[in-house]
Structure formats: structure tokens, C-alpha cells
Design a protein around this ligand. Sequence first.
Ligand SMILES: O=C(O)[C@H](O)[C@@H](O)[C@H](O)[C@H](O)COP(=O)(O)O
Length: 263
Amino acid sequence: MSSSPGDDERPVPDVVVQPDADRLARVVAEALVARLAAAQAVHGAASVVLTGGGIGTAVLRHVAELAAEPVRERVDWTAVDVWWGDERFVPAGDADRNERGAREALLDAVGVPAERVHAMAASDAGFAGPEEAADRYAGELAAAAGDGRSLPRFDVLLLGMGPEGHVASIFPGTPAVRDERPVVAVRDCPKPPPTRISLGFPAITSAEEVWLLISGEGKAEAVALALGGAPREELPAAGVHGRRATRWLLDAAAASRLPAARG
Ligand SMILES: O=C(O)[C@H](O)[C@@H](O)[C@H](O)[C@H](O)COP(=O)(O)O
């Protein structure tokens, strides 16, 4: 990974490769349950930042399955705060909302209390625009953090990655890659829908653990470039890390262009 001023403390990324996307989603679901249960054992509550995308949503479906069976680690879903890494600024209930996918895949089934589900605002929620909605989300994060801090503890922050290396709604070469606010409004997004809200780098890298969930040959080049130290302006995934751990959770196709030692 590249290092830049202030980045010296970033943990060495951990690269885990599973044979295929389904196995990857199952293994990540088991790891997520274990991590949230461990966080609850220490802190009494846990927090997770969700992502949209195919793998991210498949993980949530597997977590819902695990919640329905007796497993070693149990998560008390009434004591989990749920945040989002990004959201499409479209009306509530729109099929494009990451919130909707997460509710259908997991949240409705396990019964996370409404006050712990911190969805980013929908476009019909009464805000003047995504800028105002982003500021509101920053305010919600600060309120949860307390003590004058701007961000609460995130135990695990999940991210998908696009084939060009975008994470959350931080796309290569866009203003969001240089924005140092915890939450940013995104307009003219290269991938539709064009208007979004996203956590910025300072919020993402504040997480205890950042897990990148990546499958498919189409992501292989970006994975290799990011782990090879590409600049974050060109490949935003290269700029993300957790405080304590950064896990690149890949299927074999996504890992196919990494040097052999990593695979
Ligand atoms: O920005 C979006 O519109 C996408 O939803 C995106 O952020 C997605 O999470 C990644 O592209 C990974 O998606 P997959 O897991 O489906 O590959």
C-alpha cells in the first residue's frame, strides 16, 4: 500500500481469497457475526456500516440465515447501530436505495430497533438537496459520538468496490476524493443514479476495521492496482483502511491479478 503523510499508522492489509462469490459471502457473514458479537462482549453494543452492491447484500442475507439458527456467536440485534457508507439520493422506498436492500435482506428479519437504523436521507425527506442531507447525517454521527467528537466508533465498515476502484460513492477523479468532511454530497456521479450521499475518507478510515468485499474478474485489475499502491485520487479503494485492520475479502476471480504470493 502507498503511504502518505498521516498514513504511517495504517495496518498492513489482510488479503483473504475464497473460491467463489457465494463462498465469499458466507464466510464474510460468519466473520461479521463473530466480530459484532465480540464487540458487544466488550462494549455492550456494536456498530456496523453497510454497503450496497451484490456481494454486500448477499452477506446480509447470509447473516439473516445465521441469525435464524443456533450458532456459537450470537448477536443481540437490539444493540447494533447500523450506518451506511453511501446512499442514492432518490425517494424513500425506491429500489435503488441501499437502505431498502439492507432492510429486505437483514434488518427487518432481525429486528434492529428503528432508533439504531441510521439511514441516509431520501430525496423526498424535505431537504433542500444532498448537501443539506449530508450535513444532517454528519450531525447524526456527531450526536451518536458524543463528547464533542465527530464520529462514533464503527466496529466494522463494509465496502464494495467498482471495477474502476470506487468505494462508497467516492469515484475516481471526482471532488469527493479530496473532500475531508466526514459526509459528502455527490452530484454528477459517473454511475447512475447521479445524486448521492457518501461517507468521506475521514469517516471511512476512522473505522476499527474496514472490510472490502470484492468478487469477479472485472474487479481484478483494480484490486491489483489498489494493493500495489495506486493514488487514491485515481483509485479510491487504494485510500481506505481501518484503524486496526483492513481486510480485502476476495473471490478467486477478483484476486486473479495479484502476485502469486498474495493468492
Ligand atoms: O455505487 C454503486 O452504485 C454500486 O452499488 C457500488 O457502490 C457497488 O457497491 C460496487 O460497485 C460493488 O458492487 P458489487 O458487489 O455488485 O460488485
